[in-house]
Each structure stands twice: as structure tokens, then as C-alpha cells.
Design a protein around this ligand. Structure first.
Ligand code: PMP
Length: 394
């Protein structure tokens, strides 16, 4: 049996991490993997998470199974965080999942179950794992134009034109905020136009929100998701707690199925429970319990929000510093987009050859499509990167 297995393509980002680790240069700079790092290059455990873990250790007296969709208190807290009061709670079916990836995977499975003919429209580019999971599940994907390689913003006209080719029942996958890998995002007027188009053509939105709090703030980053949820007949929302709670390895996420018709909720909820049962039974609990405790405790929540805001502002500061330094060195505004992008990433918009040149000649590691993790920088490395970008001829 095993001899029939075929080698699978290596994950490019994980391969890049390995290459970075094996590079003996001491001045190398890692802008690869999408993990937040502070100025010392550390991915810290957030204070509120530590405090919640301590409290949990003291209070938890059982590790018996919870429910197939996790603790309803986790769903309640996350739905409130993401959707606010955009839709009635009674309209939202939800299930805890292993990370945002688990939520994405379960959402795709639900789509395939409900409508095997549905195609999923994905931004060009999107998070590569979207494409990889869709392919694995045998779901047809159609790319819609998204990144404008001239302006490094969104090619909105191209996006609308391409989504205009979708048929009723097709799914449109959208990043709720902080687009990965480009950092380029729609404004609210553009979001409304996309919503109108989806409604006109009876398309189903699926929102992947993995970076709430990393862009313009906790509420601001959820506005688009709230607009969609309250203005379409139904949608799917896959959320990750990995980044904004810094609990990457705890595997904490939530999948929501939102319907305007509350009578639909029971079936949605049962389907999510069924899908969890088939794939892993009970979702991980530890991270979800920490998140619930933090969101429901005023002091922990305030401390978490403060620390998250510092993380957000530090990334914005690095963006601005890099854009300023590039402006100074190049004497032009052609890198101003770096300060306008939001979230952890910016796509520099250069060729794979240039990305390779930065790695080979300067020890600067970014993903082959020129995605940089802004959090991989600090005050010392910003000018080094800027100089390398200019010296390399980008
Ligand atoms: N969606 C997007 C767009 C992401 O960037 C990520 C993290 N790289 C995820 C989902 C999933 O994150 P996780 O499974 O680690 O929670």
C-alpha cells in the first residue's frame, strides 16, 4: 500500500522556514512565515492568555469531552467579537474547529455537501492553503483578479468583472480583513458593491477572517464581515484565534453558518456538528476556553485588547518606517503602498528572481511571491531591508 503513495508538493513557506534555519549567516532576516514576532524576534504568550491559563489550571476539575461543536460559550463570545449585533444570535449556527484552517476545511466540506456543483471563486492570489484544500476536496476553483501589480492595491474593476462571471450558487471566498498574502484590502464602498453583486447573482459569500485586530482595530477589522453577514441571505464565516490571541499551536477557530432565516439555524448547527464528528469528533478545547475566559472577563479582556493594540501599532509603525526609508532612498513614492497595506503582510510585487536575489545576496527571506511578514522587522532591520531592496534594483 505505502509504495503506491506519491510525494506531495512541499509547503513553500515551511520549506522557506527550513532554509532560513539552515542559513549560517548571523545577519539573516526572516520575513517568511506568518507568525507575529516582537522587536526581539519572539512570538510571546500574551499576558491575558498566561493569566487565563493560570486560572484555568486552578479551576478546571475535569477534562471530559465537551460538545461536538465545542462549548457554546466560546461560540457566543466569538460571534459577539466578530459580528457584534449585525445579525441576531439565533440566526448563527457555529462550531469550534481546530484553528482557522479547521474552519476553512469544514466550510468547504459543507459547501460540497450542500451543492456539489458549486465553484469557489478565490482571489488571485489567496492564502495557498485555500487552493490546496479545495483541490484536495475536488472542488472547482475560479480565480478572480484582486492584486493590481502596478498600484499594489486592489484591482477592483477586474475583481467585479470576474465575479460577474459567477453563476447562482457559486461561492465567493473573501478575506474579512488584512488580506493574505497581499496586504491590499477593499474599502467599505467597494465591499458594498461586492455585496450588491453577490446578491444580484445569488452568490454565497464565505469570509475567512484570520487577523481581526491586526489591521485597523478590533471593530474596524470586523466591519466588512458584519456588512456581509447583515446584507446577504446566507454566508459562511471561518475565524481564527491563532494570531489575535497568539495561540497558534492551540488550534482555536470557529466556523459560522449565518442565515437570515432563523428556522434554518437548527439544520446548519446539526450539519456543523456532523462534520466535526466525521473529521475529528470533538474540537480542541484548551485554546477555546482561554479565549472565552478572556472575552468574558472585563479585566482580562481589557488587558488583551491593550496588548493586541500594541501589536497592531508596532506593525503599522514598521510599515511607515519602511515606506519612509524607501521614499528617502529611492526619491520616489513608489513604495508608499507599504504604509497603506494592512495586517501582517505586504506583497512587494517583485519577481521571484528578485526574491531569490534578496535571499542569496542579502540573507533576506520572503515568500517567492514577494510576500513580506512586516512583523519580522524591527528598528534595526528596516533600513537594512530598504537598502537591500534599492541596491537589488527593485
Ligand atoms: N486563513 C488565512 C487567510 C490565514 O492566513 C491563516 C493562517 N496562516 C488561516 C486562515 C489559518 O490559521 P490557523 O489555522 O493557524 O488558525
Amino acid at each position: 500500500m505505502f509504495d503506491k503513495l506519491q510525494a506531495q508538493p512541499a509547503d513553500k513557506i515551511l520549506a522557506l522556514m527550513k532554509a532560513f534555519r539552515e542559513d549560517p549567516r548571523t545577519d539573516k532576516i526572516d520575513l517568511g512565515v506568518g507568525v507575529y514576532k516582537n522587536a526581539e524576534g519572539v512570538t510571546p504568550v500574551m499576558r491575558a492568555v498566561k493569566a487565563a491559563e493560570y486560572r484555568l489550571w486552578q479551576e478546571q476539575d475535569s477534562k471530559a469531552y465537551v460538545g461536538l461543536v465545542g462549548d457554546p460559550a466560546f461560540s457566543d463570545a466569538m460571534i459577539a467579537l466578530i459580528l457584534g449585533d449585525a445579525v441576531p444570535r439565533a440566526n448563527v449556527g457555529a462550531a469550534a474547529t481546530p484553528g482557522g484552517t479547521g474552519a476553512v476545511r469544514q466550510a468547504f466540506e459543507l459547501i460540497r455537501m450542500a451543492n456539489p456543483q458549486a465553484r469557489v471563486f478565490v482571489s488571485d492570489p489567496t492564502w495557498p492553503n485555500h487552493l490546496s484544500i479545495l483541490k484536495y476536496l475536488g472542488i472547482e476553483t475560479v480565480a478572480y483578479r484582486y492584486f493590481d501589480s502596478e498600484t499594489r492595491g486592489v484591482d477592483f474593476a477586474g475583481m467585479i468583472e470576474d465575479l460577474g462571471k459567477a453563476k447562482a450558487g457559486d461561492v465567493v471566498l473573501l478575506h474579512g480583513c488584512c488580506h493574505n498574502p497581499t496586504g491590499a484590502n477593499l474599502n467599505n464602498v467597494e465591499w458594498q458593491a461586492v455585496i450588491d453583486l453577490m446578491n444580484e447573482r445569488a452568490l454565497i459569500p464565505m469570509i475567512d477572517i484570520a487577523y481581526q485586530g491586526f489591521g485597523d482595530g478590533l471593530d474596524a477589522d470586523a466591519i466588512a464581515t458584519r456588512m456581509v453577514a447583515s446584507n446577504v441571505p446566507e454566508c459562511l464565516i471561518a475565524a481564527s484565534c491563532s494570531k489575535n490571541f497568539g495561540i497558534y499551536r492551540e488550534r482555536t477557530g470557529l466556523l459560522m453558518a449565518v442565515s437570515q432565516d432563523a428556522s434554518q439555524r437548527g439544520l446548519n448547527q446539526d450539519t456543523l456538528a456532523f462534520l466535526n464528528r466525521q473529521n475529528y469528533s470533538f474540537p480542541p478545547d484548551h485554546g477555546a476556553r482561554l479565549v472565552t475566559m478572556i472575552l468574558n472577563d472585563d479585566a482580562l479582556r481589557a488587558d488583551w485588547a491593550t496588548e493586541l493594540e500594541q501589536v497592531r501599532l508596532s506593525m503599522l509603525g514598521l510599515r511607515q518606517a519602511l515606506a519612509d526609508e524607501l521614499q528617502r532612498l529611492s526619491g520616489s513614492d513608489r513604495f508608499a503602498f507599504i504604509a497603506q497595506h494592512r495586517g501582517m503582510f505586504s506583497r512587494l510585487g517583485t519577481s521571484p528572481e528578485m526574491v531569490e536575489k534578496l535571499r542569496a545576496n542579502y540573507g533576506i527571506y520572503m515568500v517567492g511571491d514577494s510576500r513580506m511578514n512586516i512583523a519580522g522587522l524591527n528598528a534595526t532591520t528596516v533600513p537594512i531591508l530598504a537598502k537591500a531592496i534599492i541596491d537589488a534594483g527593485i
